[in-house]
Design a protein around this ligand. Structure first.
Ligand code: ATP
Length: 234
């Protein structure tokens, strides 16, 4: 479904991604794990069109999307939940969700998806008119995920959904990610919480200072001595 081949990404003179390749197959949850500053968010931002790669290619469903503007990439069927949620604090829950559907014109479909989001996140329905900035951290994560789902993506990019959340809420959010995947959405999940990410992913990649150093079946990586030492606290 998504094929990234040998991309390089720079911030000015800083060479953040050094020839990375990875693949996500339809139906999978794939996780990209790695330490602070390894370049995980940079890869997601490059897929979603916020950064342009130098060289290499990014193919989505057979089409080269590298360098397309971000709104075109949303139209292709890819939606990102950014790190730190980035919800619109001064707007209501409903307005945030409506904005997630900005590329669509099918009113009936949008209504259907709004219902789907409220079924998945009943707490958002209870708070439909509340200003998003007054939601709790977990509710804001739910809103950011709901907003991304409103574009009806086939590939959902999640950047550190566990950030700043209590363990119980992390469990809840990860269970929802699994449900979304089971309902047919493919997921690329970036996480520092490697334990949780590997527990729900089918496959995983390890990123170290801009390079993919390991990849494979998530259960096998979780059991590997190197990964345990470096990312799973022994
Ligand atoms: P974290 O888990 O801490 O979010 P990450 O793996 O997502 O880390 P990135 O945010 O992708 O890492 O950053 C990769 C590298 O690029 C880091 O060295 C970072 O300092 C650098 N970097 C990120 N954004 C910029 C920017 N806007 N300008 C310059 N350098 C940047």
């Amino acid at each position: 479904m998504l094929k990234i081949n040998d991309i390089n990404v720079f911030y000015g003179a800083i060479h953040a991604i050094k020839g990375a390749s990875l693949e996500v197959n339809e139906g999978e949850i794939v996780t990209l794990i790695g330490a602070n500053g390894a370049g995980k968010s940079t890869i997601l931002r490059t897929i979603s069109g916020l950064l342009k790669p130098k060289g290499g290619s990014i193919e989505f469903e057979g089409r080269d999307i590298a360098g397309l503007p971000a709104h075109e990439i949303v139209k292709c069927g890819i939606s990102q939940v950014p790190e730190g949620r980035r919800i619109f604090a001064e707007m209501t829950v409903l307005e945030n969700l409506e904005l997630g559907a900005f590329t669509r014109k099918d009113k009936d479909g949008i209504k259907e998806d709004m219902e789907m989001v409220f079924n998945r996140f009943p707490r958002l329905k209870e708070r439909i008119s509340q200003l998003a900035g007054t939601l709790s951290g977990g509710e804001q994560q739910m809103l950011a995920m709901g907003r991304a789902l409103m574009s009806r993506p086939r590939l959902l990019l999640l950047d550190e959904p566990s950030m700043g959340l209590a363990p119980l809420l992390i469990k809840e959010i990860f269970a929802i990610i699994q449900d979304i995947n089971k309902a047919g959405t493919t997921v690329l999940l970036v996480e520092q919480n490697a334990n949780m990410a590997l527990s729900i992913a089918h496959r995983a990649y390890v990123l170290e200072t801009g390079r993919i150093t390991l990849s494979g079946d998530a259960k096998e990586l979780a059991a590997s001595e190197d990964v345990r030492k470096a990312y799973l606290g022994g």
